[in-house]
Design a protein around this ligand. Structure first.
Ligand code: PEP
Ligand code: MG
Length: 855
């Protein structure tokens, strides 16, 4: 029945809507429809609760009349998504002196005093906001303890404890509504993905007391492990208890387990009928609610009451395993299983773990708050974390404890270490939500925020910038970088992603520069390499030297000789990539960086190079100076280098084509390499480079007497290239948008220096997000749209891709998909996230992707 009073009694047919009343209210209605013994319940919708927070209460007397005379009630939160959190449940509303007298008659004095005391404390703490530590929690719950609690309440609030149930209920509703509007609660739920205006519903339910005769009590049961997702009966039961008491109790409190298979006395043995019903309800919820639920129940005088059911709280891995199991049992479709796994939740499963066999120099131990291993430089502030992240450097955020203001820093960090806090501290909760390895409560170290030092128990002092490793599984911080183990993905992971691949309609490739990256790309089922940054193949010492010789050569024959030394290295690199990728597309980008990046800095480096090249230090220093630029990012890099020193691209093209033939000889699919020209801004650049590459291809074909195909493409990463994409596309088989440089140049914002002010900019709302992390769809996005549209119009066959860092973000994938791109390319570890995100988009666009809200 919908009442104008702002609440609705939950019956099988009443109008309860998840979007208005929240998941808990809707779930209770489903349990009622399944004929489970749920006590009488009413639901308050989001608007009503919002009005309550502003001081406008619904008709409380009318609400109370639903429950009959002198009820005892509970109030629980009911938001759209239970993961967003909410105020704590408050039980036993209605307890007062008279109710205690009545209960003394029916349930005995001890039970009556225990309930009254419990309510006074809950009301004092959650409604009157009294300090919980000021209530004597160790007191035996007798009449004396009740009187002491009543007196304490009176003293602290200057009011006697309210005896009127309408007053009690009104104040509880008001306190819960206001708690939802508080800043901390809002920031926490926003960090878990809630929209700014997320609403709260409330459910008011008649209590089933759990304090009756014999084995009366309360418990929870679930049919799956929340840690692993494996099917097993788990739960606890505690006599003479309420709510979720049994979960917090320990064995000494006489806790009982549910199944006979577990330790000690079990409900299966002592209350077999109730146990059989619970098992039946578990099957019902799994099959009809199509979800693994944790059922909260009370047994009062041998009668079972079902109070609530929530989705089993679960790790990201368990969530995936549960979704796959439900689909395999045909309870949900494969597509629904795909939708049930949030793309970013895969990140945690892809975490490396600290190798337990490897060496470990433990700096400090604490609480293992969030799993995974991460190595990075110590930072002591969110700003420092953001600054390093902007430079693509890994960092570990070290704080005494974290507050909501640290959320941005946590987003930017690879791991978190705090001196204080427990498993449910802010740092722990948020880190788990974000899938960040985290150790909290490491109180054997002392953080000196002013001196920016971390002093360990053994006297070691670490400073900002020192490298440490977080082992989130063991709860330890280790000195330096340590060996890591690759994640074990498992059969369910592969199955889910295979279903995702069936659904998605945009390609996903990997950015991979080395054979190791390419192996990862294959392991994560990327559909090829979308970007191989060839300059990254030259960071090793012997190669670097060859490269430097090439740069230092001032005569063309000397340069040629140096390039002849590099050629076989590159040929072997490419052949290896082609072999690993087994015929999948491999996009090789010709050299991009400014030459001076390969030159040494400082006297020592110059001297070393002078010796290696048999030159004097002055000559080396002069050459280095001559090559240095005021603004290297906008200087002689990319195609500008290719046109100025064409022998470099000639050599690379030759290496690619010879490797193509070498790799094709070993059998398998013929290799069709994709050669990509970076930093183009004019059509003529493409024409000049293309002519030379075509000539190299013709030469290699003639020399080897064999044919091969290749595709020449252009990176669109300057604004001019996007604007002139039409004429550029006439010479290109593909256009790949490099959104890192495109963002840099669209904003006029240095990729390497923006970290210095980015934090401020985001804080003050100048930019909604760091545009190097989150694609700026309004500005850079418009250039992508223009480039894609003009490119396609001029050359309908042109293939469109994105290979900037944004390529792995679900939001950017949505943008690229809408713009008609053929693929996205991102770092190998982000490939699974991208595959799943792309599937979500395709499913949602067919109208099947409504966010899931089953509790
Ligand atoms: C880009 O600019 O987006 C890109 C992928 O190239 P790089 O990051 O190597 O400049
Ligand atoms: Mg670039």
């Amino acid at each position: 029945m919908v009442t104008p009073a702002g609440f609705t009694e939950i019956t099988p047919t009443s109008a309860i809507d998840v979007d208005r009343h929240g998941g808990r209210a809707k779930c209770l209605q489903r349990l009622i429809r399944l004929e489970m013994p749920v006590p009488r319940t009413v639901a308050l919708d989001f608007n009503t609760v919002h009005d309550i927070s502003l001081g406008q209460l619904p008709d409380i007397e009318r609400m109370l009349s639903v429950f009959g005379p002198d009820p005892l009630l509970s109030v629980r939160p009911s938001s759209l998504d239970p993961d967003w959190g909410g105020p704590s449940a408050i039980l036993n509303i209605g307890m007062n002196d008279a109710a205690r007298d009545r209960l003394t008659e029916s349930h005995g004095e001890d039970a009556a005093n225990a309930l009254y005391l419990r309510f006074i404390r809950a009301y004092g703490v959650h409604v009157s906001r009294l300090d919980p530590d000021e209530f004597d929690l160790t007191a035996t719950p007798d009449a004396e303890a009740v009187n002491a609690a009543l007196a304490h309440f009176h003293e602290e609030t200057d009011e006697p404890f309210p005896q009127d149930i309408a007053t009690q209920l009104s104040e509880v509703l008001r306190a819960m509504a206001r708690a939802w509007e508080g800043t901390t609660a809002r920031l926490l739920r926003e960090a878990r993905g809630a929209p700014t205006d997320a609403g709260l519903g409330l459910v008011v339910q008649e209590m089933a007391l759990g304090v009756g005769k014999g084995l009366s009590g309360s418990g929870v049961i679930q049919f799956v492990s929340g840690a692993t997702g494996e099917r097993e009966i788990r739960g606890r039961y505690l006599c003479k208890s309420q709510g979720r008491d049994a979960l917090g109790a320990n064995v000494d409190d006489n806790v009982m387990y549910l199944s006979r298979d577990d330790r000690g006395r079990s409900i299966e043995e002592v209350l077999p009928d109730c146990y059989a019903d619970l098992i039946r309800y578990g099957d019902l919820t799994r099959n009809r609610l199509r979800e693994e639920m944790q059922i909260e129940f009370t047994i009062e005088n041998s009668r079972l009451h079902i109070l609530d059911a929530v989705r089993v709280p679960r790790s990201p891995r368990a969530n995936l395993i549960i979704a796959v199991a439900l689909a395999r049992d045909a309870i949900i479709s494969e597509e629904e299983a795909v939708v049930r796994v949030p793309p970013r939740s895969l990140t945690e499963m892809l975490h490396s773990q600290v190798d337990p066999e490897g060496p470990r120099d433990v700096l400090v131990s604490g609480i293992a708050a969030s799993p995974g291993g991460a190595t990075g430089k110590i930072v002591f502030s969110s700003r420092a974390a953001q600054a390093l992240a902007a430079k693509d450097e890994a960092c570990i955020l070290v704080r005494r404890e974290t507050t909501p203001e640290d959320i941005r820093g946590m987003h930017a960090a690879k791991g978190v270490l705090t001196e204080r806090g427990g498993i449910t501290s802010h740092a722990a909760v948020i880190a788990r939500g974000l899938g960040l390895p985290c150790v909290v409560g490491a109180n054997d170290m002392k953080l000196d925020g002013k001196a920016k030092t971390l002093v360990m128990r053994d006297g070691r002092i670490l400073r900002e910038g020192d490298v440490i490793t977080i082992d989130g599984a063991k709860g330890e911080a280790l000195f330096g970088a340590v060996p890591m183990l690759e994640p074990d993905l498992g059969d369910e992971f592969q199955a889910l992603l295979a279903w995702a691949d069936r659904a998605r309609d945009i390609g996903v490739r990997a950015n991979a520069d080395t054979p190791a990256d390419a192996q990862k790309a294959r392991m994560f089922a990327a559909e090829g390499i979308g970007l191989c940054r060839t300059e990254h193949m030259f960071f090793e010492r012997d190669r670097l030297l060859a490269m430097r010789e090439m740069i230092f050569a001032d005569k063309s024959e000397d340069r040629r000789a140096a390039l002849d030394r590099i050629l076989p290295m590159q040929r072997a690199d490419f052949a290896e990539l082609f072999r690993i990728m087994q015929g999948q597309p491999v996009t090789i980008r010709l050299f991009d960086p400014p030459l001076h990046e390969f030159l040494p800095q400082g006297h020592e480096g110059m001297a070393e190079l002078a010796e290696a090249l048999d030159l004097n230090v002055t000559a080396v220093t002069r050459r280095v100076e001559a090559l240095s630029e005021f603004n290297p990012m906008l200087g002689m890099r990319g195609v500008r280098l290719g046109i100025t020193v064409p022998e470099i691209y000639d050599m690379q093209a030759r290496a690619i084509f010879e490797a193509t033939l070498d790799a094709s000889e070993t059998g398998g699919k013929p290799v069709v390499p994709e050669v990509m020209i970076p930093l183009v801004s004019a059509k003529r650049e493409v024409e000049i480079v293309k002519a030379r590459i075509d000539a190299v291809a013709a030469a290699v074909k003639a020399e080897r007497g064999r044919e091969f195909d290749y595709r020449l493409g252009v990176m669109v990463e300057t604004p001019r290239a996007a604007l002139r994409a039409g004429e550029i596309a006439q010479h290109a088989a593909f256009l790949s948008f490099g959104t890192n440089d495109l963002t840099q140049m669209t904003y006029g914002l240095s990729r390497d220096d923006a970290g210095r002010f980015m934090g401020r900019y985001v804080q003050q709302g100048v930019y909604a997000e760091d545009p190097f992390h989150m694609l700026d769809v309004e500005g850079v996005g418009e250039l992508l749209d223009i480039g894609a549209e003009r490119g396609r119009r001029a050359n309908p066959d042109v293939v469109l891709g994105i290979c900037g860092e944004h390529g792995g973000n679900p939001e950017s994938i949505a943008f690229c998909r809408d713009a008609g791109f053929d693929y996205v390319s991102c770092s190998p570890f982000r490939v699974p996230v991208a595959r799943l995100a792309a599937a979500h988009l395709a499913i949602a666009s067919r109208g099947n992707g409504r966010p899931r809200v089953t509790r």
